[in-house]
Design a binder for this molecule. Structure first.
Ligand SMILES: [Zn+2]
Ligand SMILES: [Zn+2]
Length: 344
């Protein structure tokens, strides 16, 4: 099969002909039809995340169809699963399947046993420590996959599998915040902002200072205010989600918070956070990060997304154009979420 392979960080991906993987016990062989490009892919290529599998096939927002089913879907002792054993999805040959970032957890560590499989000590990640979707086929553990609403075609739904899912987990951490600020209006913010407005929140969007085009785009989806990250919103906000990987935004967001407010850092990588006076944290303000996702987050998100309905904007590239998609992403030159579309 054709695959775009990362030989080592900081090198461009190479188009290679590699053996088609074989599904093992409990796994599905999936013929990939679309794979969205995530900022995390850039962090892996740029060497900002430690110890990737090498050589590696990137990509963790994968949509495809089940081509072959491994020996047996998981039997044996049922392990703790954030979904509960009842809700585990089953797949037949030809079914459409969505494959996210978390590709495997041990079900056995203290985190898994307490419903926090997103923090599993031994978790494996699609397109990072497991091969992902920048290829014609991929194998996945069926227990971590999702069925996808028929409302979406393969390309449209792909960005929901990470930007949507992890954004959703960040959003849920803001509780019942009425005034929600979002710093960094990229893919995740665009998707989650739609849910926030659907749920009656007031959305405040902070962009790079002077980025009027993005501020305009935020107002178009219904933000009540959009301005630069160096500005204070007209009213204090109850929660802020930071999707940009820029550490100085953390103290900036803290200063915009009402008492008891929370700053949620939604990214996997961020530059250092400068020091700030304790008074900015005082009055029960909270800073937290969000790591990965649980399957329960995914089930909830894929239930609500088609109801909103959350709309995605995509720009498609052929598999062999993956480097150009990554370069354009890095340079801020994409006008929408890049999605690799497989042909043949
Ligand atoms: Zn675990
Ligand atoms: Zn991602």
């Amino acid at each position: 099969m054709r695959a775009m392979v990362l030989k080592e960080p900081k090198l461009p991906l190479e188009l290679r002909d590699v053996p088609k993987p074989k599904p093992g016990r409990g796994q599905l062989l999936v013929r990939t039809s679309a794979c969205a490009v995530c900022r995390t892919d850039l962090h892996v290529v740029d060497g900002e995340l430690p110890n990737p599998k090498l050589p590696l096939i990137l990509g963790h927002q994968i949509v495809g169809r089940v081509e072959e089913i491994g020996e047996a879907i998981w039997e044996g002792p049922q392990r703790p699963d954030s979904r509960g054993t009842e809700a585990a999805p089953t797949f037949a040959i030809g079914d459409r399947v969505g494959i996210p970032w978390v590709g495997w957890t041990d079900g056995d560590c203290a985190y898994c046993r307490s419903g926090r499989e997103n923090l599993c000590d031994n978790a494996r990640f699609t397109g990072y420590t497991l091969d992902g979707g920048y290829a014609e086929f991929t194998v996945v553990d069926a227990r971590y996959c999702f069925h996808l609403s028929e409302r979406y075609n393969d390309v449209e739904v792909a960005p929901l599998l990470c930007a949507g899912l992890i954004g959703y987990r960040s959003y849920r951490k803001t509780g019942h915040a009425r005034r929600l600020g979002i710093y960094g209006f990229g893919n995740a913010a665009h998707l989650i902002g739609q849910i926030a407005i659907y749920e009656g929140r007031e959305l405040f969007v902070f962009t790079r200072p002077g980025d009027e085009a993005t501020q305009q785009a935020a107002k178009e989806i219904g933000a009540v205010w959009a301005g630069g990250s160096d500005e204070m919103p007209p009213e204090r906000i109850d929660a802020a989600i930071i999707f940009a990987s820029v550490g100085p935004l953390v103290p900036a967001a803290l200063r915009a918070l009402a008492k008891g407010g929370i700053v949620v850092c939604g990214g996997i990588h961020m530059t250092d956070i400068p020091s700030f006076p304790y008074v900015d944290l005082w009055e029960e303000r909270v800073i937290m990060s969000v790591a990965n996702l649980t399957r329960r987050d995914g089930d909830e998100f894929f239930e609500i997304a088609p109801r909103v309905p959350v709309r995605t904007h995509t720009e498609t590239f052929a598999l062999e154009e993956a480097n150009s998609a990554l370069d354009r992403f890095r340079a801020g030159k994409l006008s929408a979420t890049a999605v690799l579309k497989m042909t043949g």
